[in-house]
Design a protein around this ligand. Sequence first.
Ligand code: PHE
Length: 344
Amino acid sequence: MKERLEALKSDALAELAGVNDAQALGDIRVKYLGKKGALTEILRGMGALSAEERPVIGQVANDVRGAIEAVIEEKQEAFQRAETEKRLAKETIDVTLPGRRLPEGGLHPLTKVIQDLEDIFVGMGYQVAEGPEVEMDYYNFEALNLPKNHPARDMQDSFYITEDILMRTHTSPVQVRTMQAMQGESPVKVIVPGKVYRRDDDDATHSFQFHQVEGIVVGKNIRMSDLKGTLLQFVREMFGAHTEIRLRPSFFPFTEPSVEVDVTCIKCGGAGCRLCKQTGWIEILGAGMVHPNVLEMGGYDPKEYSGFAFGMGVERIAMLKYGVDDIRHFYNSDLSFLKQFARL
Ligand code: PHE
């Protein structure tokens, strides 16, 4: 019996030596060690052995089983290792390959300036409001103290849609719309960015469509000095801490008194250059104290309330800030122009 067991062992080991896949390995395990395998077959004859022989043969049988199992296990591990290595080799990622660069967008310079303006004024406690671009003559002119046939209407050539509806020529109609929406509550403190339209011929500094940012504050004891301080703060945040402003008397039907506001020349710092025509100053916006008639049309009693308003052209601010010499650059979608602003 012992000889049969030893023969089984050498048969199994010889067969295992030639095996090189997991499937064949499984077959050999079944053939020799399975329930109906060769080893079980031999051990069935154990009953015929004497009591002294039985443990000796049992020991031999265990050794034979152990030896075969050890080889099977070893082979199995080797197969698994080879399998893993094959997969790793196949799935290798070359981390030294250069990546694919995704095209990177950027904000349009006008968007950027509007966002800067919003940040600055929100920082001073303003809210951001909006109004319609297709506007009623009433809000664009009449409620701003510009009755029909008022000569000052000529200052803003307009695109009319009907006799009473036009493309708004400025963001000022939102002054009255905001006051009416506030229903007498105070303070009113908003800025209004948006598109405006004028029947101008396009050139380096004019466009039939451009952007403005309006501002209006209404409350008790609002004074011209508040306007001045607000604008000074604004220009310093926008153009730099050394910027000064200068107020010149002017006229708008919806403010009284009215001013035009200059900043120290962005280019020469006030010394005088071509940009500022040697004056050292550059005009950037119109402003004034809200006209009593406008307060009234907005639902605020001018004896109790006062306010200031200002309006500026976004393109003009952007041209000054970034040294752009032609307003048309903002509209013709030239990527080599726009890309310069991508990281600002
Ligand atoms: N709406 C005026 C313009 O477009 C600017 C302005 C706004 C002036 C508010 C005074 C007060 O020219």
